[in-house]
Design a binder for this molecule. Sequence first.
Ligand SMILES: *[C@@H]1O[C@H](CO)[C@@H](O)[C@H](O)[C@H]1NC(C)=O
Ligand SMILES: *[C@@H]1O[C@H](CO)[C@@H](O)[C@H](O)[C@H]1NC(C)=O
Ligand SMILES: *[C@@H]1O[C@H](CO)[C@@H](O)[C@H](O)[C@H]1NC(C)=O
Ligand SMILES: *[C@@H]1O[C@H](CO)[C@@H](O)[C@H](O)[C@H]1NC(C)=O
Length: 465
Amino acid sequence: MAWEHQPVLLCVLMVYVTSLVVGAEQRQDDDECADLNNTTWQEYRQQRAKLQVQYLLLTRANVDCARAFDQESLTDAQKPSYFNASRPTKVIIHGYRALGSKPSWVKELARALLGAQDVNVVVVDWVYGASFAYNLVVENYKEVAVQISVLINQLQTHGCRLESFHFIGVSLGAHVAGFVGTLFEGKIGRITALDPAGPMFKGADTFDRLDPSDAQFVDAIHTDSDYFGISIPVGHVDFFLNGGKDQTGCARSRFASILVYFPVYGYVICDHMRALHVYMSALNGSCPLVGIPCSSYEDFLKGRCVDCDVFKGACPRIGLSENSGIAISPIPKEQKLFLLTSSSPPFCAHHILLEMEVSPLDKSAEVEVTLRTENLGKEQRLRLQTDTTVYRTVMAYSVALCEIYSIELKNTGARFYRQGDVHVKSVCLSELPSLRREEPLCVNNINIRRGAPWSHDFVQVCGLF
Ligand SMILES: *[C@@H]1O[C@H](CO)[C@@H](O)[C@H](O)[C@H]1NC(C)=O
Ligand SMILES: *[C@@H]1O[C@H](CO)[C@@H](O)[C@H](O)[C@H]1NC(C)=O
Ligand SMILES: *[C@@H]1O[C@H](CO)[C@@H](O)[C@H](O)[C@H]1NC(C)=O
Ligand SMILES: *[C@@H]1O[C@H](CO)[C@@H](O)[C@H](O)[C@H]1NC(C)=O
């Protein structure tokens, strides 16, 4: 009997031995691995006068072991640096930080960037400036930017070109990046702002906040523009996710806005951090996150913006593609883009446009539309008014249009309104952004009566396009 287990035992033993060896190697490395500073209240009080900005370097050669990084490490032959001036450089700047916290996303973001491109990743650690009261932190952000600009100047003398720098700023970090951009007169290659901070910046002059003149290309993702984020466009393109305010899967917590002034800031900031998580997901490249240009979220939801013809090509996409994929020149500025997302990684959703035209009604009514796929059904209620005959609405769907196999209509308003039959001239489904070659799925001339749901099966069309 026992022999049956021997291979397993051997295997376990080998894994154990291997892990000992690997473990020893890692421990050796760990001694040299740098980390974000984790300051305590006492240290903070002692150090406050000085910002003590620290830089960490991560590359594909040291993905898991950050090196402390400064101009000396570039020239010191005893301390070989992994920095390679002929590669582009990504600079990550965090925002407000709670005392005693080390944001775990920094390493995740660095890893995602290195997975996507062979670059130098420099992490700016300004915890001494970024902790405690928000208004004091705001006072520090320009000083941090000045210090970063000194480092950039030194890197230029080592052969780095300004265009090869890409700053990725989270929250307040976006405005730090913006001010570095101001100091270099907009010659930096790119700034990506992940829910750029709103409080104390919204009404600020463009000199004091991030704006499109700060880099050759500025892209921003907005996810909490009613609390911690800024509600106005600050880049060439500004992606407003689910309207930019409230994110799917995040609990509403109104009290969170009070907490920003206290060290307990913590993790009640689901909406605010969503921009970062969506960006990391986009770097993973599992599915496209594209935005559709529109002047307002309302117009977008009402299906008034359906394509990206203004860009004469593909829709702008979240991630690292050059100029977010925009090929026209000059690049538009402060272009608002809208998209719906799902509540968990990889966050992509299909945008399904539902269009319904009814014959004029005598009384108001309500129609429930259900779209079904093999595994799920999704309902959408439409309130029909006597003065409108055409209804359009955009919804997020987890599968593509071609996977929707039936549509069901129910006249549900019977108890509250007294419209009897609703005559539907046509009901159509299409997927946004609309491509000319795709015909919408339509059904015409239907009568839906109270208490008698109507449904129609579509012929499966997946794979035809
Ligand atoms: C920050 O942490 C590094 C180690 O990662 C340490 O060398 C450095 O002295 C710390 N800086 C401050 C200001 O505490
Ligand atoms: C620096 O990067 C360039 C471009 O990727 C590469 O050709 C070169 O070998 C790298 N140098 C070192 C020392 O790794
Ligand atoms: C930060 O440091 C404090 C005190 O040294 C410690 O209690 C806390 O666990 C540390 N936090 C992290 C995230 O390392
Ligand atoms: C990216 O992909 C890796 C592996 O495919 C996965 O472990 C990681 O969680 C993903 N990260 C995000 C943010 O989606």
